[in-house]
Design a protein. Structure first.
Lengths: 76, 220
């Protein structure tokens, strides 16, 4: 939840999802490792894997798995 | 970090990843040792994921958490070996492998957390929510937006789209939990959710409402 975000804002955001084109869950999983490695390397991962960021905004489960892989690699 | 990559998406397979691939191929003399080593790595990743969610699972004894991690590593290993030919070297082999264990652990934990919970599919909360934002102009605009959204959810979406949208987007049911209960796949459910969201956006656009999330999450 962003600072200052109201309950109404959260619900509208969840209902409408991301505005731009996005990957599906299957393609998100296929490319998650690549996306995370480029992100950690400071590369323009959103140009390399277009549609991933939008999907992570719209899909909480995939977002959790993205955070999980990031945190595991950083901790390893 | 990727050992052998530039920043534009082109990578060469690094030596360690190549060794992993070779040693896991059928017929390799050290395949069993490679599989055992891989399982250890997957188990470490699964424990990491279970540990991240420990607070939500505080009611479970340690041995049950260990069992979840072990089962996740086992399932990840089977899944990964079946998909070995799909590894394209876009990341290190170990990064590619870890995601299987993290996914398995995450799915098992989410299902466990929802084990005794109903799947809410009715938009009760959504229907009664009042906009609490400050400022009369913004409040009036959001109020109109909410009204149109409520109407579109009720009248424009198909029953299946409405059920999926309400469960996943409004009531926070994890997508893999709903997929398991409905006997479908995560990908199919997200496609339904995506189509429902597009319909709602079209309805708003038809009324001249074009909400875009600002950084603070409000709409305009």
């Amino acid at each position: 939840m962003s600072r200052g975000e109201t309950e109404t804002g959260i619900l509208i955001r969840r209902a409408l999802g991301p505005s731009g084109p996005e990957l599906g869950c299957d393609e998100c999983f296929e490319r998650l490792d690549e996306y995370v490695e480029y992100g950690l390397a400071g590369a323009p991962m959103d140009e390399i894997v277009p549609g991933m960021r939008a999907h992570l905004e719209g899909c909480p489960a995939c977002r959790e798995e993205h955070e999980s892989l990031m945190s595991f690699l950083l901790a390893s | 970090m990727p050992a052998s990559s530039d920043v534009r998406g082109k990578k060469a397979l690094d030596a360690d990843s190549r060794r992993w691939l070779e040693s896991l191929r059928s017929g390799h003399p050290n395949r069993d040792q490679a599989i055992a080593r891989l399982h250890e790595m997957l188990l470490r990743a699964a424990h990491h994921e279970v540990g991240r969610r420990r607070l939500s699972l505080a009611h479970l004894p340690d041995d049950e958490l260990d069992e979840i991690a072990t089962q996740s590593a086992d399932d990840a290993l089977v899944s990964l070996l079946a998909k070995l030919d799909q590894y394209r070297g876009k990341s290190r082999f170990t990064t590619w492998a870890y995601k299987f264990a993290l996914l398995e652990a995450a799915v098992k934990v989410r299902r466990l957390m929802w084990r005794n919970r109903e799947t809410p599919v009715e938009p009760e909360h959504w229907l009664v929510i009042q906009d609490e934002s400050s400022g009369p102009d913004g409040r009036a605009e959001r109020s109109e937006l909410l009204d149109v959204l409520r109407e579109a959810i009720t009248n424009t979406l198909t029953p299946h789209q409405r059920e999926v949208l309400v469960a996943l987007a409004l009531n926070g049911v994890p997508i893999d939990v709903l997929a398991e209960r409905n006997g479908t796949t995560r990908g199919a459910l997200y496609k339904t959710l995506h189509d429902a969201r597009q319909k709602l956006r079209s309805e708003l656009a038809a009324r001249g409402l074009t909400p875009e999330a600002r950084e603070d999450g409000e709409t305009r």
